[in-house]
Design a protein around this ligand. Structure first.
Ligand SMILES: [Zn+2]
Length: 326
């Protein structure tokens, strides 16, 4: 039965969860967050592990009950046709995001027609379509929502192998990918360490992974605290600072090749959204209405954003590879 999203989720929809990293149930309250983006009611609690310091959502909605929060409004899954007159702007924004992902990946790994790429949490497939178009990479996308139709409609020229399910569920050949990407996926995962371990086994020898997540110890969190867009409650399961993000790779048997204090996702979005969330206090944003202020702010802050890579506004990215076992 679908969740009634007009009322706070009742206690029986939640389940307790031990620390994702050390398994401890010894924890303390860290922050209470709300669903600030669309304003669905409910309070969601993030705790910090007393044994290892990881910040994670506890209790969390069960898998069956979280699915309804990934509705059609969810931007990664949204077809640009539904944006009406704003479709060209959305198109520009999304292709800019794909170009910025391309820049991060290309810095780390040379892409060509022999580079087998897997994007985990691929959404509507924009990134994969972009790199296939420009470099001819064979591409596979995994998402827990069945987006095969959306991908086929949005990118009719490209051929993307789509698999529906979690990474642990879908059938993929171990050792078959040169590059695995996770753009704002890992912080949604219900078993993130296991997902990383599965991804590690899918890498060819010499293969690399590029993983972007929000950064807890960032300027936007310091400014907005309980209204920090990086909580994205109830969808986000963990909130990682730099230290825990690096530690996570180690726990999953991965070796960090590079750490970037920024991502492809614009740091400005969190700066803007946090300010709007503070004003609306959990009532939600109407993105199509606030688009003018968003653009105006983007223009006014453009000179500062030139230095975004040094400002630690809101995102972080790790490039890593399988750690060699002795
Ligand atoms: Zn822990």
């Amino acid at each position: 039965m679908p969740v009634d999203l007009t009322a706070p989720p009742p206690p029986e929809y939640f389940e307790p969860v031990p620390c994702y990293f050390c398994g401890s149930t010894n924890r303390e309250h860290f922050e209470t967050a709300q669903e600030d983006l669309t304003g669905k009611p409910g309070d969601f609690t993030f705790v910090s592990c007393r044994d290892c310091g990881l910040v994670y959502q506890h209790p969390r909605l069960t898998i069956d009950h979280i699915k309804d929060y990934y509705d059609d409004e969810y931007v990664a899954h949204r077809k640009n046709q539904s944006w009406g007159v704003l479709a060209p702007f959305f198109e520009w924004l999304m292709t800019k995001l794909d170009r910025d992902k391309d820049a991060i990946v290309s810095d780390a790994f040379p892409l060509n027609e022999n580079t087998h790429v897997l994007d985990v949490g691929c959404g509507a497939g924009g990134f994969l379509a972009h790199i296939q178009k420009h470099y001819g990479c064979p591409c596979t996308g995994v998402d827990f929502k069945d987006l095969s139709q959306v991908i086929a409609e949005l990118h009719p020229e490209q051929s993307i192998d789509f698999k529906c399910g979690t990474l642990a569920e879908v059938d993929l050949e171990p050792g078959s990918f040169d590059l695995v990407t996770m753009w704002h996926f890992l912080e949604h995962d219900y078993d993130p360490l296991n997902t990383l371990q599965v991804a590690r086994r899918l890498l060819k020898p010499g293969g690399q992974m590029v993983i972007e997540v929000p950064r807890l110890d960032s300027v936007s969190h310091t400014l907005y605290r309980d209204r920090w867009p990086g909580w994205q409650a109830p969808q986000h399961t963990v909130a990682l600072d730099k230290e825990q993000f690096i530690r996570m790779m180690d726990l999953a048997g991965l070796e960090v090749v590079d750490y970037l204090p920024y991502g492809a996702y614009p740091g400005y979005f969190y700066m803007y959204a946090g300010l709007a969330f503070k004003r609306h206090k959990g009532k939600g944003l109407d993105l199509s209405k606030s688009i003018k202020t968003y653009l105006l702010g983007q223009i006014l802050t453009a000179p500062v954003m030139l230095f975004e890579k040094r400002l630690n506004l809101s995102m972080q990215t790790i490039v890593c590879r399988a750690r060699e076992t002795n």
